[in-house]
Write a protein that binds this ligand. Structure first.
Ligand code: C2E
Ligand code: MG
Ligand code: MG
Ligand code: MG
Length: 275
């Protein structure tokens, strides 16, 4: 390939690489100022009972409104935050914001649903438990309104420590969901011992449900597992009525996806709650 393209092919390749490296460097530095410049914002994506369409909660999803580059998606900047030591600070900001918003909604007379917050692997430690303990005490946010989404890979990296931190979190009254479930390598025997409330079936299985026998079988297995272990199961990335019909057949009753709503800015989300 490089030979066929000759010198030009090689030059193109290196300039793309150089561009990526310098953009990454710029983003790393700009991200350090993003909180103080109020460029970060939380969007909320409704989670619904797919039997009735009624709203059960929402997932908080981070957005970076960059003044020059426009909206930068989390899949772009979260890895940068993680590799440059900024994720703890950003993650703490997200938790603070969610607790403050839930408490604020309550004051406006809005019945706050459960809000799920994504937790980076780097945040899952003793300090997180301490931070959440303090936040719940100082913010008047009801612990039952908070759910933490932890990835399967995080749980399996260090199951013993996770068991410890998760029991402390559960004792505070917050919910625990496993995100992107089915894409990692959970040991079922560990899973059984962890104080978890919910499994989130990864979008990759949901998106091909109607065409892919394997995805259907995997989703069926996750739902059965949830039932036998007394866990809620939610399907993410629902885009079609066909997917809903299949999920209902599998007895998966909770869902989230563009079919219901894209992630919404706060005020639009509150309007969605209202109708
Ligand atoms: P996730 O936690 O698995 O979040 C679900 C992602 O799927 C979101 O992407 C959401 O917008 C998208 N999505 C939801 N429904 C649909 C659908 O029907 N179709 C399609 N195509 N996509 C759908 P988003 O907001 O870009 O976030 C991507 C990832 O970034 C999240 O995946 C999560 O891992 C991470 N992330 C977002 N916010 C935070 C945060 O505050 N903290 C941490 N640590 N990670 C975050
Ligand atoms: Mg999530
Ligand atoms: Mg997910
Ligand atoms: Mg994901």
């Amino acid at each position: 390939e490089a030979k066929r393209n000759g010198r030009n092919g090689y030059r193109l390749y290196t300039s793309a690489m150089t561009e990526e490296i310098s953009e990454r460097f710029a983003l790393t530095e700009e991200l350090r100022e993003a909180i103080s410049r109020e460029e970060l914002e939380l969007y909320f994506q409704p989670q619904v009972d797919i039997r009735t369409g009624s709203i059960l909660g929402a997932e908080a999803l981070l957005r970076w409104n960059h003044p020059q580059r426009g909206m930068i998606p989390p899949d772009r900047f979260i890895p940068i935050a993680e590799s440059s030591g900024q994720m703890i600070k950003i993650g703490a900001w997200v938790l603070e914001q969610v607790c403050a918003k839930v408490a604020g909604w309550k004051e406006r007379g809005i019945v706050a649903p459960k809000i799920a917050v994504n937790i980076s692997n780097q945040q899952m430690n003793r300090e997180l438990v301490e931070q959440i303990t303090e936040l719940l005490a100082s913010s008047k946010c009801d612990p039952a309104c908070l759910e933490l989404e932890i990835t399967e890979s995080c749980l399996m990296e260090n199951p013993e420590q996770m068991a410890h931190e998760l029991s402390s979190l559960k004792a505070l009254g917050v919910g625990i969901a496993i995100d992107d479930f089915g894409t990692g390598y959970s040991s079922l025997s560990y899973l059984k011992q962890l104080p978890i409330n919910k499994l989130k079936v990864d979008r990759s299985f949901v998106s091909d449900l109607q065409d892919d026998e394997n995805d259907l079988a995997i989703t069926r297995a996750i739902v059965a597992m949830g039932q036998s272990m007394n866990l809620n199961v939610i399907a993410e990335g629902i885009e079609t009525q066909e997917q809903i019909d299949l999920l209902l057949k599998l007895e998966c009753f909770e869902g989230q996806g563009y079919f219901y709503s894209k992630p919404l800015p706060e005020e639009q989300f509150l309007a969605y709650l209202d109708q």
